[in-house]
Design a protein around this ligand. Structure first.
Ligand SMILES: Cc1ncc(COP(=O)(O)O)c(C=O)c1O
Length: 415
């Protein structure tokens, strides 16, 4: 028996009467150009691929499904390094008072800059990918790095951070506890925090991090224009603290104004702090507590970034929260594509938007959502595969062993 009730939840937001000025101020197109110019200079930089899944799109009756595949971004398997590296660029630029025209990568990693800066320890809390990006960038710059992780962080993720020379400390509790602890310890130790989430009095670095992600959208637009597509009609973006989602939607509002793609933000149901903030609907960010128990390690955040929330509350069209098996289904669909579609390696946090899109397109009970978002056979839908195989053991458990199976009543029954 097929279940008529969708197994995920949503909150819709009208565009009427929105104030998108903060989004536009925070993400001017000029900054995306600066970020891209910086990232292009990093040895090994390549545009990550934008791939099309035409057969999956036709199976579900939409115009196109496009995936920005960050699985091989700068050997780090995730988009996250774009933000951390750009924040370090801005940090050093600010400290030394150098303007953009003089800043270049060889200078940044030179002994001259190292001597001018003296000894710095960069520090951050992470649920995995951000810490890895910061450790990587700090090592390139020749500085020390301390990363705090929470007690549920997998050994593979910790080892990956340590492999770039960082000191890793495990904090009891969840991601938000690790964020709070590093803020205290950094003050005592004189460390420089490079956090992707913001809080009262701490906004500059997280702004730079979000702006650094714009490189990805600048690439996407170039790649779409080669396909004769001016912009996607819809973007599905996964969220932890919401920094990535704010960057995506901020960029598109700056670039396209009222024609900005509809933006759907997707969270794990056990860590859906943006969904909770939208549900409470008083304009303020709201927290969810507890273990934040989800396979989507990168999205296991209970407290939104305040800065990101200020952008998201004015620019998101639908807030969606989903159970873990929807992310697992996304991983399996990417890994075993329809004939003619490319194979994509996608981790739990990376694949959840594909899982959510499929659920949204197939469930009878989700027509309200499809109609509101005007998803039809002309839609060009953009997904971001934000990570590859960042936790190989968990990846194999899902793909090989079939962990987190989809309940029978939600199986796909189309040809
Ligand atoms: C793979 C992956 N995708 C998405 C996100 C979400 O980013 P944000 O916390 O900015 O919402 C993260 C965050 O760490 C991540 O690691």
């Amino acid at each position: 028996m097929k279940n008529k009730t969708p197994d995920f939840s949503w909150i819709l937001r009208d565009r009427e009467g929105r104030d998108v000025s903060i989004a536009k101020e925070m993400f001017p197109i000029e900054v995306a150009r600066i970020a891209r110019r910086f990232h292009r200079q990093i040895p090994g930089y390549q545009m990550s691929p934008l791939v099309s899944l035409p057969n999956l799109a036709s199976m579900f009756g939409v115009g196109g499904i496009w995936v920005k595949d960050e699985a091989s971004r700068l050997e780090l398997n995730s988009f996250k390094v774009l933000g951390g590296s750009f924040a370090l660029y801005r940090f050093i630029q600010n400290r030394l008072g150098i303007d953009d025209s003089k800043m270049n990568y060889p200078y940044l990693v030179s002994k001259e800059v190292k001597d001018l800066l003296g000894d710095i320890t960069f520090a951050s809390a992470t649920d995995g990918n951000h810490g890895r990006g910061i450790a990587w960038a700090a090592q390139k710059l020749g500085h020390k790095c301390v990363i705090y992780v929470h007690s549920e962080t997998s050994k593979r993720r910790i080892d990956a951070i340590r492999s770039y020379g960082a000191t890793v400390k495990i904090i009891e509790g969840n991601y938000d506890d690790a964020v709070r602890q590093i803020a205290i310890d950094a003050k005592e130790q004189g460390w420089e925090i490079i956090s992707d989430t913001s809080w009262e009095g701490y906004a500059q670095v997280p702004t730079w991090i979000m702006q650094g992600y714009s490189t990805m959208m600048a690439e996407i637009q170039e790649q779409f224009s080669c396909q004769g597509i001016p912009r996607p009609t819809h973007v599905f973006v996964q969220a932890g603290v919401g920094a990535l989602a704010a960057s995506v939607t901020g960029f598109y509002h700056s670039l396209c104004g009222e024609k900005a793609p509809k933006c759907i933000v997707v969270e794990p149901e056990e860590a859906a702090c943006l969904f909770e903030s939208a549900r409470t609907n008083d304009g303020k960010p709201h927290h969810v507590g507890g273990a934040l128990d989800t396979i989507m390690a990168g999205l296991a955040c209970g407290e939104p970034s305040e800065l990101a929330w200020n952008v998201l509350k004015e620019t998101i069209d639908a807030f969606v929260k989903v159970p873990d098996y929807i992310a697992a289904r996304g991983m399996r669909v990417y890994a075993t594509p329809l004939k003619g579609d490319p194979f994509i390696v996608s981790g739990e946090s990376g694949a959840v938007t594909l899982g959510a899109l499929i659920s949204m397109l197939k469930e009878n009970g989700a027509d309200e959502l499809r109609d509101f978002l005007k998803i039809d056979d002309t839609s060009q839908i953009l997904l971001i595969n934000t990570e590859g195989n960042t936790d190989p053991v968990l990846f194999r458990q899902v793909i090989w062993e079939g962990s987190n199976p989809v309940p029978h009543e939600y199986w796909i029954d189309r040809d």
